[in-house]
Write a protein that binds this ligand. Structure first.
Ligand code: NDP
Length: 292
């Protein structure tokens, strides 16, 4: 392997320690700790796991978490009421509504009801709108895209003036990460399922962010020699030899790409740990802002 490994697990551990120290200082100076409310609707196993991980991460850094586990058949109005109560609760600095919500729920209305000041996921339409405009700072930036930029910054990768290619245009990852790169003065190309000559476009990238959800789609010969590769994808592929019967791979063929790239994130252990670290960061920032 020629590329430097961008160790998201280690970088996230450093960030969590920084947050822990700041939370301790807040408790000491203001007699307050940040609070995160998680809202989980229904019993999807993956959502339950994500929420559990987020709550545990909160505990580890001294952030209080308030769990709201709600039945899958909750009505739109009842769910709105929960969100409004949390908006009014002074102990809650951040509200995380775990997605996806059940089909009968209008998630746009629910996400739009979260107070702007507590929108730690950064999915409120106003925060996304501000992210998409020049010289308008959103109160919060979505966690996974923010984690990608943090990985670049903490690995000493300069973004300004670079050619960045983002694979994927979802509201959660592709679009916001492209906006963040643009704000940092990269020249950004966004690719999607209708992009023609995809390998050729990807080969232009000094910085490649892959967020398509297609196992190992990006081959080594798509990667520009010397590029920095951030692999957001998390895909389970069959692996009868392993205990669980599957293993996780990214959107990039790691072994091939790491022979060509200058630096690359692994999956798992790259972007994943950063997403939770950024949620903690956003919650702490929300609390700091509320203290003034
Ligand atoms: P979505 O399915 O919402 O979006 C996928 C995007 O990839 C779409 O824009 C789609 O294009 C594009 N795409 C799909 N297939 C192709 C293809 N063959 N060629 C080019 N573009 C393609 O996924 P998400 O953005 O939510 O997630 C992407 C990946 O990141 C997933 O593996 C997910 O598990 C992972 N993820 C990881 C997180 C982490 O913390 N590590 C957090 C969030 C996501 P089009 O718009 O045209 O359909």
């Amino acid at each position: 392997m020629g590329a430097n490994l961008i160790d998201g697990k280690a970088i996230a551990a450093t960030i969590r320690q920084e947050i822990h120290n700041e939370v301790d200082a807040m408790r000491e100076h203001h007699g307050k700790v940040p609070g995160l409310a998680t809202v989980l609707v229904g019993a999807r196993k993956d959502s339950q796991t994500y929420v559990r991980m987020k709550k545990r991460a909160c505990e580890e850094v001294g952030i209080r978490s308030f769990g709201h586990d709600l039945p899958a058949d909750i009505s739109q109005d009842e769910l709105l009421e929960v969100v409004r109560d949390l908006n009014a609760n002074p102990e809650v600095d951040g509200i995380l509504v775990q997605l996806p919500l059940p089909d009968h729920i209008d998630d746009e209305e629910i996400l739009g009801a979260v107070s702007l000041e507590k929108d730690v996921d950064g999915f409120h339409p106003l925060n996304i709108g501000r992210l998409s405009m020049k010289r308008r700072d959103p109160l919060f930036v979505p966690c996974t895209p923010k984690g990608c930029i943090e990985l670049l910054d903490r690995s000493g990768v300069s973004i300004e003036g670079k050619r960045a290619v983002v694979l994927g245009r979802s509201n959660i990852v592709g679009l916001p990460v492209a906006m963040l790169l643009l704000h940092r003065n990269a020249t950004v190309t966004i690719c999607h399922s209708r992009t023609q000559d995809l390998p050729e476009v990807v080969r232009q990238a000094d910085i490649l962010i892959a967020a398509v959800g297609r196992p190992e789609m990006v081959r080594g010969d798509w990667v520009n020699p010397g590029a920095v590769v951030i692999d957001v994808g998390v895909n389970a592929v069959d692996d009868p030899g392993s205990e669980r019967g599957y293993r996780l791979v990214g959107d990039v063929a790691f072994d091939e790409a790491s022979e060509v790239a200058a630096a690359i994130t692994p999956v798992p252990g790259g972007v994943g740990p950063m997403t939770i670290a950024m949620l903690l960061r956003n919650t702490l920032d929300g609390a700091l802002r509320r203290i003034g």
